[in-house]
Ligand binder design. Structure first.
Ligand code: SF4
Length: 389
């Protein structure tokens, strides 16, 4: 399956949430150096490949297979609930459509010659007469607006409705790690409203300038964030609560001062820090590390250079090490007490050995682990009251 967008210069559905909040962000990205690591995107693509039958489940990581199975299960339930029996719906998967300058919608690929203003790739579309069911899979754990307020789904619904002359579209967001799918039904009036909203966003994007930037949580997925002054100002504003520039230089005294300052914060300020600063600090640190390293490597930072760092040593032949240790009197019990293996690795080994999948793999893994797993001490975690079941 192709994840290459043949029209990277025009806005796309997956960026609509960000563009609707920060209109010039797509243009900013086109001129920015992207330092993002692609780990998460690759994980998500793996799940999509399995769902499309383009990746061998036996050779895929078990968590990707498990996520794909959950997505598949939820999408089948959505289809069963939506379809009208008697007619077999047409199923389409992973296609990219584009809005042309003339207001039409075409399927786009490397050969498309039309002037394209906007594109969007859907995961799964079922069509029955003039009704459509549009399903978007989110394979990871990130936060996404629910179907009824999801800009990506709204714009995809407009594209598929225009392309297939649909008068009603049900959009569904399937993110199994977050629970049940969310859905929204777009009637002809809803589709017309979604289209005028989409065209207004695209027009705001077209005429936007860097002065129209607006930073927020949508910056986390913007490739321009590493060098964006609006995003930097947001980070600094948030840090103002701790007033870092007024902290003592001595590391010992400074650490104590940070604790003392935290103690002084009101409950409201602590909630603000929890919801707006702490997560952002992680992004700030990761972004700083990535950009700093890239600039040092490019020779752009005076006074810094890079050197090779030895990789971590790890044991590659446990059996041989045990045999050598045993020769010196180390017992098998003492040796295994020092070895550990993650629950996920056991599952992966069982999957490779037995080719079991999904629930049967879960069951097998439970059987194998029965009586061999200890649970750590119960501890308290912070959750919002609304998240308590
Ligand atoms: S980093 Fe944020 S503020 Fe800057 S362009 Fe991207 S979305 Fe806009």
């Amino acid at each position: 399956m192709s994840y290459n967008n043949p029209f990277p210069d025009v806005p796309s559905g997956s960026k609509m949430y960000r563009i609707s909040n920060c209109p010039p962000s797509h243009k900013m990205e086109r001129h920015a150096k992207d330092y993002s690591d692609k780990k998460d995107a690759n994980k998500g693509n793996k799940v999509h490949d399995i769902l499309a039958g383009e990746s061998d489940e036996d050779k895929s990581p078990f968590d990707a297979v498990q996520t794909a199975e959950m997505c598949d299960e939820q999408s089948k339930a959505l289809l069963a609930e939506w379809q009208v029996y008697g007619e077999i719906p047409l199923g389409l998967r992973e296609l990219r459509y584009g809005l042309t300058e003339l207001g039409g919608v075409v399927r786009v690929d490397d050969q498309t010659k039309a002037q394209i203003l906007f594109t969007g790739q859907f995961d799964l579309l079922y069509i029955q007469g003039t009704r459509g069911l549009l399903i978007d899979f989110k394979a990871l754990h990130g936060n996404h607006p629910s179907a009824i307020e999801n800009p990506q789904l709204m714009s995809l619904a407009v594209l598929v409705a225009k392309k297939h002359r649909l008068s009603e579209v049900r959009v569904a967001l399937v993110q199994p790690w977050k629970g049940k799918p969310t859905t929204a039904d777009l009637s002809p009036a809803g589709l017309a409203l979604a289209e005028s909203w989409m065209l207004a966003i695209l027009e705001a994007e077209r005429v936007s300038t860097p002065d129209d930037r607006k930073a927020g949580d949508w910056c986390n997925h913007c490739a321009a964030r590493f060098n964006c002054s609006a995003q930097r100002a947001r980070s600094i504003n948030n840090l103002d609560l701790i007033r870092p520039e007024t902290l003592p230089a001595n590391p010992d005294t400074r650490n104590k001062a940070v604790f003392a300052r935290m103690e002084e914060l009101t409950s409201q300020q602590l909630i603000h820090a929890e919801e707006n600063i702490i997560g952002l600090m992680g992004v700030f640190i990761a972004a700083h590390k990535a950009v700093f390293k890239a600039r040092v490597e490019a020779g752009e930072i005076p006074g810094y250079t890079t050197r090779e760092k030895k990789g971590r040593r790890s044991i590659s032949d446990v059996g041989k090490v045990f045999a050598s240790c045993a020769a010196h009197g180390v017992t098998a019990d003492a040796f295994t007490a020092e070895c550990s293996i993650g629950l996920g690795s056991v599952k992966e080994l069982l999957k490779n050995a037995t080719h079991a999948k999904g629930k049967s793999l879960d069951k097998l893994s439970e059987e194998v682990l029965t009586g061999c797993v200890e649970t750590g001490k119960v501890s308290l975690e912070i959750v919002k009251v609304g998240q308590l079941e």
